[in-house]
Write a protein that binds this ligand. Structure first.
Ligand code: AGP
Length: 600
């Protein structure tokens, strides 16, 4: 999620780090920082905002060893102090980190008791103090000992004034590579940051520690050199032609990040740190109002089904743009949940203002840390999916649904949800990233389908129960990026109106996984076939019967009914993406739309 660059060689490190960070900035980071190791004048600089927008002239440190970081806040607000590099009590060890230290609170309390003084709110700072604790003259040895105590994900680069002339790097579950140049070495979280200097890289594996010095480097085992094939401008998209495709493909990892440290499978519970402070208030809540816009509202609709069916809490979903113009009936037993990727959507913010005026408890399910909704709600849960650049939301959506499933566990188990049911949901949720990966492997088949259907100007999307919001979102995606008219409709409502539209030029995408409403969906598909309609079915693997009815079938793996939308959305995102590209549109920036809708 964050970006790391490090340099050691014979040139001044600072300009190289500066250009490396600028190459990472496309991801929309919120702060940055450098440490340049120089015997005479060590240089530490940390600032909120973007480097490109930084107006002051930077000083010109001459040191040839340095580390730098662009932060995308996860733990701790966006402030200068929370920006990286972080340091130990004596300001001798400096460190940049990409990832999340899950047991940081426990480690922090322990280190404070041992006399360590913390200056930031971040999880990262515990690493500096742990390394300080174990440092006995050799930096890599101290890093090795410190990392034994850590749970979570990290890519780190560390320097020490007491063991100078080296950068120690280590990784677990966060990307990190070494760039091998001529008498110079780089370290980075993303090839984009090294590609201007070298194409020879070594991708570190989990649990590996490497030491890079001005004239050599070593890691725990021999690793082959690899050559980066990307061009510089492609690197920012990691070789993908569009951010949208990159973000769709990132979903196994982004959902995993959303779930990391939050699923207590044995207890059948979810641990949501952000809600702990309001735990007592939440227990008294009898009704929920989820408020959101666009795609986030579709995720909210899935949440409505989950929270009512499994947590037993009456739940209503509101469009933020309508909320304050109607007379919402809210009492002190109601909590309002705001779902938003950006946390800046003007309609949602206006609704939040209204809710606060009425003294109602407000929660946020937000991606962007420190955004207005995140700051202004009473409590909340972050999605942790990293920057979403494409205007069409994809990875944030699946993580919004995963977060609502966590919330269902969290609230349901405090009410009537049985332990076995909680355990089952938790177990199935943990499997979701792997299942998503499996669906993404069928991308070439979905691309072929898109080729077949790219010229149709109208699509119907139908689904029932949990997959009604999926149908809405499938239609939303193809409208916004391929400019194709589409309707997202409840399977059961078809016969009341939309069936009139169906003919051989109006294909239907029918989301019909094998679940409690499968038979009903089959009846709807038959109604469409009887009117010469074309049907593309999204069905559960192993369902051969559907091939006799539908014109084309996209298969998804089996999971719990309540979690199916996370899986069924993936092929719909890919389908819309490919149709948009095949029709020749810039899918990352659809006409007339903006990523963050900050006007009413
Ligand atoms: C999603 O693909 C759209 N770009 C749009 O509907 C979006 O979901 C909506 O504007 C809400 O944005 P938010 O999640 O940042 O609040």
């Amino acid at each position: 999620m964050c970006g790391i660059v490090g340099y050691i060689g014979k040139k001044p490190a600072f300009p190289i780090l500066l250009s490396g960070l600028k190459r990472l900035e496309y991801r929309g980071y919120d702060s940055f920082g450098f440490f340049i190791s120089d015997k005479e004048k060590p240089f530490l600089f940390k600032k909120i905002g973007k480097i490109s927008g930084f107006k002051q002239n930077f000083p010109n440190p001459s040191g040839e060893i340095g580390i730098a970081h662009t932060r995308w806040a996860t733990t701790g607000q966006v402030t200068d102090v929370n920006a990286h590099p972080h340091f130990d009590c004596k300001k001798e060890i400096f460190l940049v980190h990409n990832g999340i230290i899950e047991n940081y609170q426990f480690l922090k309390e322990k280190l404070i008791k041992e006399g360590h003084k913390f200056s930031s709110e971040t999880d990262t700072e515990v690493l500096c103090h742990l390394i300080e604790k174990y440092f006995e003259g050799n930096l890599e040895e101290a890093v090795r000992k410190a990392l034994r105590e850590v749970k979570g994900a990290y890519g780190i680069a560390v320097v020490s004034k007491k063991d100078p002339e080296k950068i120690v790097v280590a990784k677990f579950s966060s990307p990190l590579l070494l760039g091998i140049g001529q008498e110079e070495f780089l370290v980075a979280s993303d090839p984009a940051a090294v590609i201007a200097h070298t194409r020879q890289v070594i991708n570190l594996d989990d649990n590996e520690i490497a030491v890079i010095k001005p004239d050599n480097f070593f890691i725990l085992k021999e690793k082959p050199l690899e050559t980066i094939e990307w061009k510089v401008e492609e690197a920012e998209k990691k070789g993908y032609p569009h951010f949208m495709l990159k973000e769709i493909m990132e979903q196994p990892e982004s959902i995993e990040n959303t779930l990391k440290g939050r699923l207590l499978t044995n207890e059948g519970m979810a641990k949501l740190g952000g809600l702990e402070l309001i735990h007592d208030k939440l227990r008294k809540i009898k009704r929920l109002n989820i408020i959101a816009c666009g795609t986030a509202r579709h995720a909210a609709l899935v949440g409505e089904y989950m929270l009512e069916e499994y947590a037993g809490i009456p739940t209503k979903v509101d469009s933020a743009s309508e909320f304050r113009y109607r007379k919402p009936i809210l009492d002190k037993d109601t909590a309002a949940i705001f779902v938003s990727q950006s946390g800046e959507t003007a309609d949602s913010l206006a609704a939040l203002k209204e809710v606060k005026q009425k003294g109602i408890l407000s929660l946020g399910i937000v991606n962007v840390v420190g955004s207005s909704i995140a700051r202004e709600t009473d409590a909340g849960v972050y999605l942790r999916v990293g920057p979403e650049i494409a205007v069409a939301s994809t990875k944030a959506t699946t993580s919004q649904i995963a977060t609502l499933a966590l919330l269902t566990l969290f609230l349901g188990r405090q009410k009537e949800m049985a332990l076995v049911m909680g355990q089952r949901i938790a177990r199935e949720l943990a499997k979701i990233p792997e299942l998503v990966k499996k669906i993404l492997e069928t991308d070439s088949q979905i691309k072929e389908l898109s080729q077949k259907y790219k010229t149709f100007n109208n699509f119907m999307y139908i689904g029932r129960k949990y997959d009604y919001p999926t149908a809405r979102e499938g239609a939303h995606k193809i409208k916004e990026i391929a400019y194709v008219h589409a309707e997202g409709c409840r399977g059961g409502e078809l016969k009341h109106c939309e069936l009139a539209l169906i003919d051989e030029d109006f294909p239907t995408v029918a989301i019909c996984p094998s679940n409690s409403v499968y038979e009903k969906m089959i009846s709807n598909i038959e109604e469409i076939k009887a009117r010469n309609g074309i049907v593309i079915a999204v069905a559960t693997e192993g369902n051969e019967e559907i091939k006799n009815l539908a014109d084309d079938v996209i298969y998804i793996p089996k999971t719990l009914e309540m979690l199916t939308p996370i899986l069924s959305l993936i092929p719909l995102q890919l389908f819309a993406y490919h149709v948009g590209v095949l029709r020749g549109y810039n899918v990352d920036k659809p006409r007339n739309l903006a990523k963050s809708v900050t006007v009413e």
